[in-house]
Write a protein that binds this ligand. Structure first.
Ligand SMILES: Cc1ncc(COP(=O)(O)O)c(C=O)c1O
Length: 423
């Protein structure tokens, strides 16, 4: 049986209507390139769902994971710890001095859920009655039940609408929505006892690469903080220089109480999730009786191989060459946003850090008819770009070179020049 036949026979893929779906068998990856079984190659222009930052099959990360494997591949994380998990925790906390403790899990959804569970139990432990969680409109925090409850209600989670919990929503402080955002929060605060505000700082990814005004975001966070509402920054997508800074929370002076990290944490090579928090939160869980304990954990918590990959990725991020690459990608993306804005098919063109997003003048929403057209066009050109409906975005690994970026830009120009919107 070929890979494709075997895949069709045994596998159910994520976010995929399987009836007609065809998967491309990828047999090798190197740098920004993915190599298919039929020898066609593709630029991974979406960093494989935003996880990859140093390129595929990076030899340094591979070596570090291999070395760790020879020492210890995994051990349960309750009652035991490891040098590599402690090293990773220390490295991270040094980079975000507003956080003091690290809790491990294994993906972005669980990292968010852990943060929300911590926030809820924090007030329970304090015996302070609070009952509402506030989130931004158009949010995406993952696909588990908790994460779905916290995300924008849409076609993807509609089937589960009777089974998720209620949250309150406010507009994200995008440019043009600044006053709405803060006023909506004021209204909720007047009527509810809010536990936490959960937000994707500076840019909402899956919601359509929507960029926020940092000053307005700061005002919203400041207001929440003044009411002792816990701030939970979901940096699953924004962390590790995606927005041009190590964390998007660096754009605001008001810092989160809890943070969720995943995706690029390991350089994108192994699953790992992290929830970080302040000592104030952590200390509220200490006690001589069991009631205050945080009873949450996963089999692969603190997996040493994933931690080794994360430490190696952080080392690579500290290299001068990587920093220069990031600066150069940010500059080029900003320039590109400007250049692409001249096409009348481009309704809005924006960039933040290493991300470029073009909102096309076409049917809106994830199932916009232009989505499939764009996806196929770029695939055929050897470029993986997976538009979010009518929003085309380019989010490359940081190892991408000028020529490779040009290939993507040229293809986008070609698409925009030729494209006529369907009636
Ligand atoms: C902001 C944000 N939070 C959470 C998640 C969920 O992460 P995962 O897919 O690892 O569960 C995502 C995934 O895209 C995300 O973008």
């Amino acid at each position: 049986m070929s890979i494709t036949e075997k895949d069709k026979k045994y596998i159910w893929h994520p976010f995929t209507q399987m009836k007609e779906a065809v998967q491309i068998p990828i047999v090798k990856g190197s740098g920004v390139w993915l190599f298919a079984e039929d020898e066609k190659k593709y630029i991974d222009a979406v960093s494989s769902w935003w996880v990859n930052i140093h390129g595929h099959s990076h030899p340094y990360i591979a070596e570090k994971v291999y070395q760790q494997f020879l020492e210890l591949e995994h051990v349960l994380f309750s009652g035991f710890t490891t040098p590599v998990a402690t090293e990773l925790a220390e490295r991270l906390i040094l980079k975000m001095p507003w956080q003091q403790k690290v809790f491990f899990s294994d993906n972005g959804s669980t990292a968010v859920e852990v943060a929300v569970k911590m926030a809820i139990q924090y007030f329970k432990n304090k015996k302070e009655e609070r009952n509402t969680i506030v989130v931004f409109k158009n949010a995406y925090h993952g696909d588990t039940f908790g994460a779905m409850s916290l995300s924008q209600k849409n076609i993807f989670n509609e089937a589960f609408s009777d089974f998720v919990f209620d949250v309150k929503t406010i507009s994200a402080p995008e440019y043009g929505c600044e006053t709405h955002s803060i006023n909506e929060l004021k209204n909720i605060i007047e009527n509810e006892k809010v536990i936490a505000l959960l937000y994707e700082p500076m840019i909402q990814g899956a919601g359509g690469m929507r960029i926020q005004n940092p000053l307005a975001l700061n005002n919203v966070l400041e207001l929440a903080k003044s009411k002792n509402i816990l701030l939970i920054a979901d940096e699953v997508m924004t962390g590790f220089y995606r927005t041009g800074r190590m964390f998007a929370s660096e754009y605001t002076t008001v810092k989160p109480d809890l943070m969720a990290l995943s995706k690029a944490l390991t350089g994108g090579v192994m699953p790992l999730g992290l929830t970080t928090c302040t000592d104030t939160i952590y200390n509220e869980f200490l006690g001589s009786t069991i009631e205050k304990t945080f009873y949450h954990g996963h089999s692969f918590t603190g997996n040493p191989l994933a931690c080794a990959a994360a430490c190696a990725s952080l080392e690579l991020l500290e290299k001068q060459k990587t920093k220069e690459q990031i600066v150069s990608i940010c500059e080029r993306q900003q320039e590109a946003a400007h250049l692409f804005s001249v096409y009348n098919k481009v309704k809005k063109s924006r960039s933040l850090g290493t991300i470029l997003a073009l909102e096309l003048d076409a049917e809106q929403g994830y199932f916009s008819n232009i989505r499939e057209e764009m996806y196929s066009f770029f695939l055929q050109k050897g470029i993986v770009l997976r538009p979010l409906g009518n929003v085309l975005y380019f989010m490359p690994p940081y190892c991408i070179n000028t020529n490779e970026m040009n290939l993507v830009y040229e293809a986008i120009h070609e698409f925009l020049k030729a494209y006529q919107p369907k009636e």
